[in-house]
Design a protein around this ligand. Sequence first.
Ligand SMILES: Cc1cc2nc3c(=O)[nH]c(=O)nc-3n(C[C@H](O)[C@H](O)[C@H](O)COP(=O)(O)O)c2cc1C
Length: 730
Amino acid sequence: MLRRIHSLPGLVLALLLTVIAVSGTILSIDPALDRATHPPIERGVSVAALAEAVASRHGSVDKIARRPTGALTVTYSDGDTKGVELVDPATGAGLGPYQPSEFTRFVTNLHRSLLVGDAGRAAGAIGAGAMLVLTASGLWLLARRLGGWRAFLQPIRGTAAQCWHGELGRFAALGLMLSSLTGLWMSAGTFGLIPESSLAEPAFTASGGPAAPVGSLAALRAVDVADLRELTLPAPEDRTDTYGLRTSAGEARIDAATGEILVFTPTPILERVQAVVVMLHTGRGAWVLGLLLGLSAACVPAFAITGAAIWWRRRTNPPRLANNVAARSADTVILVGSEGNATWGFATTLHAALTAAGHRVHIAAMSELAPVHTSAKRMLILTSTYGDGAAPASAKGFLDRFAALDAALPVAVLGFGDRTFPHFCGYAQEVSTALDRKGWPRLLPLKRVDRQSAQEFAQWGRDLGATLGLDLVLEHVAVHPKTSELELVEREDYGAAVGAPIAILRFRAPGAGAKGQTGRLPAFEPGDLVGIVPPDSPMPRFYSLASSSRDGVLEICVRLREGGFCSTFLHGLKPGGRIDAFIRENPGFRPAEGRAPLILIGAGAGIGPLAGFVRANSPGRPVHLYWGGRSPSSDFLYEHELAMHLAEKRLTTLNTAFSRTPNGGAYVQDRIAADAPRLQELIRHGAQVLVCGGRDMAQAVTHALDAVVRPLGLDLATLKSSGRYVEDVY
Ligand SMILES: Cc1cc2nc3c(=O)[nH]c(=O)nc-3n(C[C@H](O)[C@H](O)[C@H](O)COP(=O)(O)O)c2cc1C
């Protein structure tokens, strides 16, 4: 519902809001420009002195006014010539004719009325109201997505459009709320919805004596030019006419002969409020605020584009399956919980494989759970997790609907999540617990898939197939970007003697033609992933990158896995051999900006990205590397390079643990436990921990490190949620 409240006005009014916002941004620059061209009026000159200086230069002066731009102008007549000129507030000297900018007038009209009068003004008011709703609902949605208001400033994850939409939203929300609230108030004033001040000016009678020189009038001598809003001068031939003086405090009538104040009307409260509202909307009198509001408004076109992209992606998914069997005649029901739609892709692969195996399969969103689904023979629930362990969009309300069901049927839950979140597959776990509580029989125990791993999904498929008595092959091919061809230029081989062959492979883009020249590599950083599509398989396998594209090579560390399709292919590759590859950014696994110490922990081929981080470190930032291998003589990867980094101070300390040494081996987690005091000191100084390697190693490290940070009153979940403990685990 909230999402609909957010997306509907956004999509329908995108153009209107963009016009209002862009024109508002242009106008927001004016107060800063005006301030540069008309510096604030200095105190020390009286209105009487200014009026006298001006009157001495002109036949007759009608009015001296301070414009919203801050400029002081005089409306005068010299014989038959009438004019308006700018004056110097300190001396009253003329500065040339006053010519307001035609462009500003045009943009102002566009902003206020879309150049179509009252209809445009009404549209503007609707736009302001819609912007208020969009901003409030957008903030609410973002907080929900991030796991609550306390997590509101956490990094935003998702597609590029989602990240930009959210980041800009956080930046612009306050400004947009202020602009739309004040805009609504001003529109209400325009349409007479705010009562006019009804204070009538009290009656007064002028003395009727001969007019005294303006410079001698006491009431005008008492007012500083800096406080002046407007001074109207009496008609010279009319002895009953008076001076009208307006300041922020109110309006006074002044006798032209005696210089006495005949009557004073203070500015009504509503008018004062109106002046503040105008200042908050236009930035006039507060140019810095004006620029900030303008910057916020400048984000609106980007909201329209990224918002439309997000909506379109959501709309084109879930996939409409032609062969989706009706729920009442299905033997298998697949329920999908998804926010970004990746899980729908996996569910579609499962649907196709089960259908091909002769099952009648119905697929639906978890939020559509209905009693009819329990007439099937089995239920398969595939769900991702959002927020901080919360339900994804298409699973909203599932648990309530589930609680209302009476029947039970065999079920399997497959969670999709990301290990780097504190609550890995938290929602799948919650669903699983609810199923257990109601005694639903299990086809398989809960399984968690990390970062959309096609391999883990395929393994679950094999397990499910075994349970159902099928040979179920789930070959899920996520839509991946176009691949580029890369050529192996160098390889180093380790570990064969200890039964764990690992190769460091370096690739370049194949030559672009001229001798010695190479083609361009795509851009990447250490820790990003390269997806390699091996021959005869459409399914890419992902490897962490050990180099940055600035190094001129794409470098990975690959451990040969028994029966591993891609690792066997890569280990068999000779210099000159080629691969098809694409880059997937992995911004969640990078050293944080700044100078805080880094603690890098890994084992085996997991050293790849860690060595890349060390190589990219500028000397001076403390970096401590803990790494575990099997034997110093066989698989000490990057040994010479790391020694060089130590000498150059890119690396502060290197702690290795080898498991197969003659006098008893050790593992990396042993080094961590033994080094607890130093690690505690580093963590106290804000250190970030980056872990890369196999799952078992990561689990052992988590255990050891948790014991290290507990005495500091911390735990790994807290470090994880603040980005100070990140993992790349496979
Ligand atoms: C904003 C955001 C929050 C997430 N929160 C979690 C989380 O708390 N636990 C988890 O295991 N995965 C979390 N993930 C990862 C997603 O569950 C994972 O990428 C999943 O494959 C997305 O599937 P979907 O596109 O079908 O929603 C989060 C992802 C994003 C973008």
